[in-house]
Design a protein around this ligand. Structure first.
Ligand code: MG
Length: 185
């Protein structure tokens, strides 16, 4: 089991679409960035790479490279997922918190959760999406500093279950199952 964390922030900018978690959201401003500015996918990308000690988003997609200008951040997450699988792991779950004053994320949570789950190849109930307003964080809380913090990712070593393995697992009983369950957050 491995854990990774990632963090990112972008500034709101007029004239660009707002994209969070691979979902276009209705809002008067978008997020400035070299790519599409999707802070959630950037934080998740770093979390996945960190979990398998495979560098960070900048080492794969440097902002100095014009190739990534306006790029869909799903590309970054797909590369991180490839690195996770290459290391022999799979995503167990991810959790995230969006810190921003507007727009309200609550009504969009289901869409974001479904999209991120699809990108990661997991079920929606393995993707936590939460949002908080940035009170007392040194911002004026007027939509100028959105930030995603993604701080909990866990991985399971890929194991091919043979019949023998399954029999061994079932013979260990509920105590082992409880121990495994405790590894999840
Ligand atoms: Mg970023």
């Amino acid at each position: 089991m491995r854990i990774g964390s990632g963090w990112d922030s972008h500034e709101f900018k007029s004239g660009v679409p707002l994209k969070i978690g691979g979902v276009d959201l209705p809002h008067g401003q978008g997020l400035a960035g070299h790519s599409d500015g999707d802070v959630l996918l950037h934080a998740l990308t770093d979390a996945l790479l960190g979990a398998v000690a495979a560098g960070d988003i900048g080492s794969y997609f440097p902002p100095s490279d014009p190739k990534w200008k306006g790029a869909d951040s799903a590309i970054f997450l797909e590369e991180a997922l490839r690195q996770v699988r290459r290391a022999g792991y799979e995503v167990a779950n991810v959790d995230s918190t969006l810190i921003l004053a507007a727009p309200k994320i609550g009504p969009q949570t289901g869409r974001i959760q479904a999209r991120v789950a699809k990108l990661l190849g997991v079920r929606p109930d393995q993707v936590g999406i939460k949002a908080k307003t940035p009170e007392c964080l040194g911002t004026d809380n007027t939509r100028q500093l959105p930030a995603w913090r993604c701080c909990s990712c866990r991985w399971r070593k890929s194991v091919r279950r043979t019949k023998r393995n399954q029999q061994k697992r079932s013979s260990r009983g509920s105590a082992a199952d409880s121990a495994n369950a405790a590894d999840f957050c």
